[in-house]
Design a protein around this ligand. Structure first.
Ligand SMILES: Cc1cc2nc3c(=O)[nH]c(=O)nc-3n(C[C@H](O)[C@H](O)[C@H](O)COP(=O)(O)OP(=O)(O)OC[C@H]3O[C@@H](n4cnc5c(N)ncnc54)[C@H](O)[C@@H]3O)c2cc1C
Length: 384
């Protein structure tokens, strides 16, 4: 009898694992992916939608089209995981499994910040389109970018957004009329210490005002002020506030996560704590790495190796080393590329055209490259 492998979530991690397992275990396993809406969204595109540089239909595809033929797709919502009986309860039925891969990503919870209704963000499609329209109407004043809690997806994205705001208003010829402010919740501007000097210098050159240790507590829409836990406040005309993130509801309801709903995951084997037949990948984990498609990409072969080894009774040959590769678009067609793992912080060169074009190339080729893991080494760089 073939083993039943169920993958929850048809995003980057789930799609890569399902395709790789189905390729490797043609007869030995039945691979089924469960996805809430059957749509696969290329989330880095949200930033470009906000700036009118991308179209919504270009960053969404039917999940079925990205899967190998021998991967089953169930479009349904997983509501509970029963570890003891190895069963996933769905909104409309249930699925038994021998191995379960949790790739349910992250959820946003703007409602957790009082007054959020006056803020914008680019963490889902609807909000990105709304932000694009608000920016198009904006003809001068003060824009504040702030962060409503950590962890959040793609740590460089808020800094990237302020660089792109600078570029966007330059191109509209009204940059001098726009006062840009970047509020970091951390001790520095950029989350990665070794990259911070480049980003801080870039912001200075772009005349972006910056402030550290600003953890948003609430927004006062009437007075158009944001208040921080540290007791400071700033006024705004337009506020971009990264919404608080949590692990998926099904993970929280199944008590597989920490307080934020992030799955307790072994940092090398990617097995969920206390459950050898349960693996976690991507944003859903509590791993100390950036919540990024890149991390999910590097994690996929480890999950596949773990399941195949267990099925064939051989010791696993791969360990996740914390590898991540990410890009930050700095505006004016320059970018920065960061490559790092648990042991090695990134040591990138400063902003360059080369890194920018790599990011753009990757954005264009995503649909062909990622789901079936065809990434060429030159696009990923290396950890030193
Ligand atoms: C604005 C922005 C910019 C970004 N930029 C970058 C970047 O430049 N580089 C980079 O590497 N990463 C970037 N990211 C992050 C990247 O998109 C995510 O880290 C990546 O998508 C994570 O993959 P995942 O498979 O873990 O989760 P996702 O891709 O989010 O997939 C999760 C899937 O699970 C499904 N799901 C959830 N709950 C259930 C349930 N109960 N039942 C069934 N299905 C369920 C969802 O529908 C979804 O399809 C960015 C993200 C954003 C928002």
């Amino acid at each position: 009898m073939p083993k039943k492998v169920v993958v929850l979530g048809g995003g980057v991690g789930g799609t890569m694992v399902a395709n790789a397992l189905a390729k490797e275990l043609k007869k030995e396993a039945e691979v089924t992916i469960v996805d809430e809406d059957g749509k696969h969204v290329y989330q880095p595109g949200f930033v470009y939608i906000s700036f009118g540089k991308e179209k919504p239909h270009k960053i969404v595809k039917d999940e079925r089209k990205l899967l190998r033929k021998n991967v089953g797709l169930v479009v349904d919502k997983a509501v509970k995981i029963d570890k003891e009986d190895r069963r996933v309860q769905l909104a409309n039925g249930s699925l038994d499994y021998d191995y379960l891969v949790l790739a349910t990503g992250a959820e946003i919870h703007p409602e957790e910040i009082q007054g959020y209704e006056d803020a914008h963000h680019f963490y889902d499609m609807q909000a990105s389109v709304k932000l694009k329209n608000a920016l198009a109407r904006f003809n001068g004043g003060k824009i504040v970018v702030a962060i409503g809690g950590v962890p959040y997806r793609c740590p460089p994205a808020p800094a990237e957004s302020i660089c792109l705001l600078d570029y966007y208003f330059h191109k509209r010829g009204i940059r001098k009329k726009v006062d840009l402010w970047f509020m970091s919740p951390l001790v520095r501007i950029f989350p990665l210490e070794t990259v911070d000097p480049f980003v801080a210098r870039a912001m200075e050159e772009k005349n972006v005002n910056t402030q550290t240790f600003f953890n948003v507590e609430y927004v006062d829409p009437k007075k158009k002020m944001v208040h921080s836990l540290e007791g400071e406040s700033i006024d705004y005309d337009l506020l971009i506030l990264i919404p608080p993130h949590k692990g998926a509801q099904v993970i929280r309801d199944s008590e597989l996560g920490d307080r934020g709903g992030w799955i307790l995951t072994d940092r090398h084997t990617l097995q969920a704590e206390n459950a050898d037949d349960l693996y976690a990948i991507g944003d859903a984990t509590n791993l100390p790495v950036s919540k990024s498609g890149a991390a999910a990409h590097y994690e996929s072969p480890i999950v596949v190796d773990g399941i195949v080894s267990d099925m064939t009774g051989t010791p696993p040959s791969k360990k996740y080393d914390g590898r991540v590769t990410c890009f930050c678009d700095g505006g004016f067609k320059k970018g920065i590329m960061m490559d790092f793992d648990y042991e090695h912080p990134p040591s990138p060169p400063p902003f360059s055209r080369r890194a920018y074009w790599k990011k753009i190339l990757f954005n264009k080729l995503y649909w062909w490259l990622l789901p079936k893991d065809r990434l060429p080494g030159f696009l990923m760089g290396s950890v030193k």
